[in-house]
Design a protein around this ligand. Sequence first.
Ligand code: V47
Length: 375
Amino acid sequence: MSAFFDALREKIVTDQRITDAEALQLFESDDLLAIGELAALANERRNGRRVFFNVNRHINYTNVCVNQCRFCAFCKEGYEPEAYTYNLNQILQKAAEARDAGATELHMVGGLHPELPFEFYLRMMATIKANNPQMKIKAFTAVEIDYFATIAKLPVEEVISELKRCGLDSTPGGGAEILGEAVRSQICPEKISGERWLEVTEKIHQGGLKSNATMLFGHVEGYADRVDHMAKIRTLQDRTGGFQSFIPLAFQPDNTRIPNAKGPGGIDCLKTLAISRIYLDNFQHIKAYWIMLGLKIAQVALSFGVNDLDGTVVEEKIGHDAGADSPQQLSKDEILRQIRNAGKIPVERDTLYQDLQVYGEHEGEDADEDGADNA
Ligand code: V47
């Protein structure tokens, strides 16, 4: 086995890509620490000791959704008592709270609502931007953008350019789940195909917007499905370069309709994050979304190839409706503490990964732009 790890190490230090078969072999290995060491090396070469986070706020404008994915505890039918849709004033109120709390980004996604017209979303963007010109808006998954094209009877390209015109700055990575159809037909049969997700994402990139890519893992999929998923994403990234970060999402099982799926354990989470770092050689950032992973695994992941801890979040519903036991929000100080205690250099970023502030390694210290200590 160590010859295998030596060969992969050689590939990493000579910037060669690992194959799908090698990624599968990594998933099948029990040597978590050897996998983690390779991932840490790959990350160190790319990002040094810097770990990104941002100050953001999630706004989920509606949970009413025509798709009813089996893994989702957030989505509701319009008649259910927990169904909600925020009006524009409520959304503006949350945006103003976020701005006053120092947020630089709103992360906005929601269900595929059967009645809201495309104009609602355009007005939402334009009004938020008019009231908060400095705020970046990361909103609408490829699944939503495809849905807007259907309800507005417009080409996807036009939907993207209209949203951009009204203030959209980038799009999040949701809706990818597992891209292979064999899994998709079991966990989200009503959702657009994996192929369509890739097509719409390509158009988002061609339209001049950056996006992310997620992978929902720990339900019915096998290791080969994860590798296939990452292969499709790596291939698209080769073509467009439009992905900013890859985000493995640990499945939360409560209140969902996937019988017997318990979600991944800590070892599987770390292994998956680490292998994604090694395999996705054309991604700059691997994000540990602490909401789904739990804060402790997310912190340990910083030694397993991860260089982004997402953000402060503030009002998380999708994971918590499904039983996530993480907090619903973190203060900036808490994020700084988590990163520093992992022996890393915290960097507050904006939506497009521009440095906003590089922090010292220890509380009370300052650092240069390149992360070198001044203290
Ligand atoms: O697409 C739904 C997932 C996603 C569950 O781009 C679940 O920066 C776990 O995409 N257990 C939405 N996951 C969240 C998302 C995201 C989060 C943070 C940052 C970014 C980014 C994107 O949540 C959905 C789906 O894949 N999800 N239900 C569940 N039970």
